[in-house]
Design a binder for this molecule. Structure first.
Ligand SMILES: *Cc1c(COP(=O)(O)O)cnc(C)c1O
Length: 416
């Protein structure tokens, strides 16, 4: 690896391909090359690495270009993402920044219309600063993309599924097939943060690049920020590595180590979080509330989500019909922390229109049918009954039950 010549750094050890089931592979980190057989990959907290001679180039020379702790993390992530190569950067937004640098001025991006707030902001910035246009389309309709695909212009097609917070599903295989047929030079990019590689692996569904905010489920404890980019082809991975080395956004050794530790429990965390989320969704539906969750058989794209993933995940949202009531519910819970973000072992509650999505102008939120009273729940690993009881108390105290007597059943139990 060299900071001087920006050639792609080669992974320290060959990327091992998956042999066992996911839950086994995710907890099995390859550390064969450790001279002391350390059980945990060491943190190489070093900016530089000495070389054997003036012309001898060692495997590592400078941590911006490559660091052994980061390499271990990247090899492990490539394995669980089903990627040819994975690269770790300082945040999810940094991952998207690196990916969008593949777009030249004059080329275009096509993206969904219910995107993560920060993604909208970065795409708007690209348009303003470099004239790179993004067409926003409804990705629930796989054919909506067809009029925008231009073999001379389209460079990236950016999908999120499920979207957040409206939980809209995109048919990755069908959309990827449309893109690859009409635009051989375009890359299909999926932000897989909501699902994690445990539940959905976009590269196996036709995407060229899959990326994650490692801040969420991959790390699982809200104790670090990271981004991960997985590529299906070496050529794309090499370009991405070049940009990371050129711009200096590779993940530092300590955060790499934290992420490598956190990701080991991904499967067991997600199983627990998802099982509770399923109960919470049912609980809210039983009380007549409109719930957005891909694990609900009432979700209009329930079958599609089931086809492209192995579970609904642990993020859901619901409507109360009244902004004031929603505010009182959010403020009335004790176990659910009022916080943006998700993917933590602790449960979180938020009002997207006032918090994570507040940067989207109100008229755009209205156009995109984002209800102002929407509450988002991100289910953690606490005892499910405690979470349900806490939510029930907040619903009752908020006055939610007064709206059309939707919650009559609930109030009887509480008040007796
Ligand atoms: C959080 C998030 C991001 C941004 O990740 P950061 O690590 O916060 O920079 C991108 N996409 C989605 C879907 C997210 O939830």
């Amino acid at each position: 690896m060299s900071a001087q010549v920006a050639s792609p750094a080669s992974p320290a050890s060959p990327i091992s391909t998956r042999r066992y089931r996911f839950a086994t592979e995710v907890v099995t980190v390859d550390n064969k090359d450790d001279p002391y057989n350390a059980a945990s990959v060491p943190i190489y907290q070093s900016a530089t690495f000495k070389q054997k001679g003036a012309n001898a180039e060692g495997e590592y020379d400078y941590s911006r270009s490559g660091n052994p702790t980061r390499t271990h993390l990247e090899n492990h992530l490539a394995k669980i993402m089903g990627a040819k190569r994975a690269l770790a950067v300082t945040s999810g937004m940094s991952a998207l920044d690196v990916i969008t640098r593949l777009v030249k001025s004059g080329e275009e991006i096509i993206a969904g219309d219910d995107l993560y707030g920060g993604t909208n902001r970065l795409l708007a910035f690209l348009q303003k600063s470099q004239g790179v246009k993004t067409h926003h389309i409804d990705t629930t309709n796989s054919d909506a993309i067809l009029p925008y695909l231009d073999p001379h212009k389209t460079r990236l097609v950016l999908l999120e599924t499920p979207t957040n917070p409206l939980i809209k599903i995109a048919d990755i295989p069908t959309i990827a097939a449309h893109v690859h047929e009409k635009c051989p030079n375009a890359l299909v990019v999926v932000d897989n943060t909501m699902m994690s590689p445990y539940l959905q692996r976009p590269l196996e569904l036709g995407a060229d690049i899959s990326y994650h905010s490692g801040t969420k489920y991959l790390s699982g404890h809200h104790d670090l920020m990271a981004g991960v980019i997985g590529a299906k082809e070496d050529a794309v991975a090499d370009q991405i590595y070049y940009i990371i080395n050129a711009t200096g956004c590779g993940l530092g050794p300590f955060d790499s180590w934290l992420l490598l530790r956190g990701v080991k429990t991904l499967a067991v965390r997600m199983d627990k979080q998802q099982a509770t989320a399923q109960r919470v969704a049912q609980f809210l539906e039983d009380r007549g509330l409109k719930v957005h969750y891909p694990g609900s058989t009432k979700h209009p794209q329930y079958e599609l989500h089931k086809r492209i993933s192995s579970g609904p995940g642990a993020v859901l949202s619901f409507e109360t019909g009244d902004i004031g009531i929603s505010e009182r519910i959010v403020e009335g819970t004790k176990l659910w922390g009022i916080s943006v973000s998700f993917g933590c072992v602790n449960s979180l509650i938020s009002m997207p229109c006032k918090m994570s999505h507040a940067s989207i102008p109100a008229h755009v939120r209205a156009e995109r049918a984002l209800p102002e009273d929407l509450i988002r729940l991100c289910v953690g690993i606490e005892d499910a009954d405690d979470l349900l009881e806490d939510l029930e108390t907040a619903l009752v105290n908020s006055g939610c039950l007064l709206i059309g007597d939707k919650l009559e059943k609930l109030s009887l139990e509480q008040q007796s």
